[in-house]
Design a protein around this ligand. Sequence first.
Ligand SMILES: Cc1ncc(COP(=O)(O)O)c(C=O)c1O
Length: 378
Amino acid sequence: MIEKDIALELQDIEEKNLLRNREDRNKDYLNFSDNDYLGLRNNKSISTAMKKSIDKFGNGSGASHLISGHFQSHSNLELKIANILHFEDGLFYHSGFNANVSFFKNIIKGEFDIFLDKLCHASIYDGMFSIQSPFTRYPHLDYESLEEKLKNSTKENKIIVTDSVFSMDGDIADLSRLCSLSIKYKTILYIDDAHGFGVYGSKGLGLLESQMGVEIDKSNIIHLTTFGKSAGLSGAMICGSKKIIDYLKQKSREYIYTTASPPYLADGILKSIDLIMKGEKLRKKLNKNVNLFRTLIHKKHLLMNVDGPIQPILIKDNQIVINIQKELLEKNIHVAAIRSPTVPFSESRLRISISARHSKNDIMQLAEALNNSLSHVN
Ligand SMILES: Cc1ncc(COP(=O)(O)O)c(C=O)c1O
């Protein structure tokens, strides 16, 4: 019976042009799909740091953090990130997805009013679903609507939840406005800076650094940083007060009941953070590439009004978006075709991810191919 239901569902997905396919990455495409915004994924000094760490500490961690898998490298990373972001403490997770789910599952309990931007990442939604508490979504970036909802909230405990950079639209939150609202209405503010870290701020410390500086009072702020995007590796850190982090260490099943990440990963991230903090040139190059891309695209109305590395092109038709992806692949260019359920059914798009590693010629090649493919799109 279950096989039959699953077969029907798969057929339905296929008929709607929503089937997703993996492909082994064995071809050297000109890649505009990775979130490797600074080009650190292949950085040699990071590889060297990881190799050194393997020689010293071995390949894997051997156990979970609370048994015997916690190495000095993990502690160094937690200390480093908490210090540079000016938080009391931090906890290193396998992934941003895990960290988001874990935070909401463990910290948000009892009577709580939860307000989240409608376009928050899927992992935040999964965190919400796991606690089975009602939550209120405010329209994307509509802080007047959010304030109306905050005014009507009667619960003592409240939290506002936002991505800093929205992963499928590339637009950004107004963190200073959200900070003011969180202070005025005495709420926690949870910021998922997955796509902001590395890209924004003079030291690449993320959107908070660029909009407000990192030295603001953080007593009501929880911050997620991930290392699978600009840092070019994987993993994530939740930063907040010592109490929150101490509590997660005791209670977070996602942290406790899993083999710790290998120590070399933490050492690689530490190296990557050094490069990010000294990466002003990379960020300049990234911005230059983004500007060049936007200048070269002919049909400007298909671009979204965003100036960061995530440059979506709204196509709206699932079949057309797949066709364009194929056309680009034939020209050796890899661009992600994003469809439902990642975005609403009628908002399928190409998600172009620009990086500092792209040359001027790479961007020109992409723009030429795209201008061709987009010539029949209204
Ligand atoms: C906004 C946001 N938060 C969290 C995540 C999850 O991070 P990770 O890839 O480390 O699981 C992503 C990644 O896709 C993301 O875009």
